[in-house]
Design a protein around this ligand. Structure first.
Ligand code: SF4
Ligand code: SF4
Length: 444
């Protein structure tokens, strides 16, 4: 293999911490006794429950949907009895209606959402409909409904699909293991997406520290002339979709724009695998690979977990915590993940990782005044000026933050990571973004 690795300007090198799980094969988690399935775990309209308390449900049965186009149906991940439908906290920090199901342990499957068909027999519209029926969303964390992403407006000409195998967030290895263990599914999923969007060119982009994944995907795509595997330099945030487009296609998404504005659509690895399973097996999205990792976990693992399983159950299967009181529990990675205040929250479609840090690792850092070193400007992949944005935000000058393009911040945290004064840069810019968006909504 002698391929040139590509990258983008800016970014930071962060310790990977992937050694804890990168070579551990994916194992199936123990069947949960109870699952809590949120009716709103995606961007867009929440689902309405299709079942009521006392109903019996099967694995894969649709239990919630919305008529809105921007939404994603939810399915039961166990067979059993609906015990309650009630508002509960989910790991995104929201409180949403959830369907609580007690498993009967039988794992009785519902009818598949589609009959197995050759890809050649399916039209673009039929594929989009299968993906919608399967409730597939972006599984990298954003939770945007995939059938919407794959239905660009008619004025937008897409010529390339990029599958995001960068997995640049430290600790997480779920996508890496999916690529190593199921490369044929990833390639098939990409072919499905290319057919759905009527695109001839497919790219699978992978950071060069995952050589086994690169080899597996080159082998799995060797008879696919329209698919190229591209190695990327190891740099954070290489997996940000606009950075990925920059690195692989040398196209820059304009300020406020979307990948489709430069002819590209980016899909996550786990999402691509879910698409393959929906088309090949008629399987809706009711389980996913979760990396359970960090020095605060006794036995780190890559597990296939049923959606709705509590973090508490998953952590218990990994031997529990290494300390009486863990320092920090995060859904996702340390750079962009969401801190958790309880482990009584369910795994959702966007849960790629449960990361547990020790008390020592999670100690608060001492913040000092800015020394005007300029490092935050150097690393910002969007070429923003984080120190000014942060200062405007902390002074409540959100109009100035808007003028300095705060909304283009992808919240990667590279500026906060590099700052020697440990200024709360991304945290304050996030506040400014929320204020600007609220102001714009009020104005409309
Ligand atoms: S300003 Fe935003 S995009 Fe730039 S480095 Fe900081 S968090 Fe990342
Ligand atoms: S990196 Fe930190 S100390 Fe350096 S200019 Fe930016 S905010 Fe100031």
């Amino acid at each position: 293999m002698n391929l040139k690795s590509l990258t983008f300007k800016g970014g930071v090198n962060v310790p990977g911490h992937k050694e804890m799980t990168e070579n551990l094969p994916i194992k199936r988690a123990v069947e949960p006794a109870v699952v809590t399935i949120p009716l709103h775990q995606h961007t867009g309209a929440p689902c309405e429950a299709l079942v009521k308390v006392g109903d019996r449900v099967k694995v894969g049965q649709k239990i919630g949907q919305s008529d809105a186009f921007v939404s994603a149906s939810v399915h039961s991940s166990v067979s059993g009895i609906v015990k309650s439908i009630t508002p509960m906290a989910i790991p995104t920090g929201l409180i949403v209606d959830c369907i609580v199901i007690e498993s009967d342990g039988k794992g009785e499957l519902d009818e598949p959402i589609t009959e197995p068909k050759d890809l050649e027999e399916l039209t673009s519209d039929e594929i989009i409909q299968i993906i919608r029926e399967a409730g597939i969303t972006g599984m990298g964390g954003a939770g945007f409904p995939t059938h919407v992403k794959l239905s660009p407006p008619s004025g937008k000409k897409i010529d390339t699909i990029i599958i995001n195998g960068a997995e640049c967030e430290p600790y997480i290895t779920a996508d890496h293991r999916n690529m190593v263990e199921e490369p044929e599914k990833i390639v098939f999923g990409l072919k499905v997406i290319m057919k759905a969007v009527k695109v001839e060119k497919g790219i699978i982009a992978i950071e060069e520290n995952k050589l086994d994944a690169i080899s597996a995907l080159i082998e799995a795509s060797k008879d696919e002339p329209n698919i190229t595997v591209i190695p990327l330099k190891v740099k954070y945030p290489q997996g940000d979709e606009k950075r990925l487009i920059d690195a692989t296609l040398n196209r820059q998404v304009p300020s406020g724009g979307l990948p489709m504005d430069v002819g590209a659509i980016v899909c996550n690895i786990s999402t691509t695998k879910a698409i393959a399973e929906a088309v090949q097996m008629g399987k809706p999205l009711y389980e996913r690979v979760v990396t359970v990792t960090g020095n605060g976990i006794k036995e780190p693992k890559n597990l296939i977990v049923k959606i709705g399983t509590s973090f508490k159950d998953v952590i218990a299967q990994c031997g529990g915590f290494t300390e009486d009181a863990p320092g920090k529990i995060i859904m996702g990675g340390p750079m962009m993940g969401i801190s958790q205040f309880s482990i009584d929250v369910p795994v959702i479609k966007g849960t790629g990782s449960i990361l547990v840090l020790t008390e020592e690792e999670a100690k608060p850092v001492k913040v000092s005044p800015c020394i005007k070193c300029g490092k935050c400007l150097e690393v910002c992949p969007v070429k923003l000026q984080p120190l000014y944005l942060s200062t405007f935000s902390l002074k409540g000058r959100f109009d100035k933050a808007e003028e300095f393009h705060a909304l283009d911040c992808v919240e990667c945290g590279a500026c906060s990571y590099i700052c020697p004064a440990k200024r709360p840069l991304v945290e304050s810019i996030r506040i400014a973004k929320k204020e600007i968006i609220t102001k714009r909504k009020k104005a409309n």
